[in-house]
Design a protein around this ligand. Structure first.
Ligand SMILES: [Zn+2]
Length: 160
């Protein structure tokens, strides 16, 4: 989802929730808007780490291509584990609760957006660190098997 879509959602859903809790303040709104923006910086981090490139225009196009092909990558601030940590911290203070609340809103919006685009929940497992590691292992095992099969075929060909 784009920044502005997250901002609109935070304004509407976050604002209404704060009003319902009788806790509305512009300070709280600011915190939520900052959090929902900062969370998406893990896309930039992922791009920087995997592509070793500082051209963020290219990075943006790279991300859009991945999204269209359902190629989900590992985004640390979008993982379930990260949200569990925030959930735990949310009991410490009102600010931490606001941070947790906006992070969860962001995650749900991204998940819904992903679902409506791809009509699939299959790749949602990649949104957990463990799921990501598992799928990476699976990919590696498959690649290894393919390599061994090729080696065997070559050997067989030579013998003939
Ligand atoms: Zn996001």
């Amino acid at each position: 989802m784009f920044f502005y879509e997250h901002w609109i959602m935070t304004f509407v859903v976050g604002g209404i929730s704060l009003l319902a809790l009788d806790a509305f303040s512009w300070g709280a709104m600011c915190i939520m808007l900052i959090v929902t923006t900062v969370i998406d910086f893990d896309h930039a981090v992922q791009y920087l780490v995997t592509q070793r490139n500082l051209d963020f225009k290219k990075g943006y196009r790279y991300y859009m291509r991945q999204f269209k092909t359902k190629k989900q990558r590992f985004y640390i601030f979008h993982t379930l584990e990260f949200h569990l940590v925030l959930f735990y911290l949310s009991f410490q203070s009102w600010t931490m609760f606001l941070i947790f609340f906006s992070a969860i809103m962001h995650l749900l919006a991204d998940q819904l957006n992903y679902y409506f685009h791809h009509k699939a929940l299959k790749d949602v497992q990649l949104w957990t660190t463990s799921g990501h590691i598992r799928s990476g292992l699976k990919r590696r095992v498959k690649a290894n098997v393919r390599k061994k099969v090729k080696k065997y075929e070559n050997l067989h060909r030579k013998r003939r």
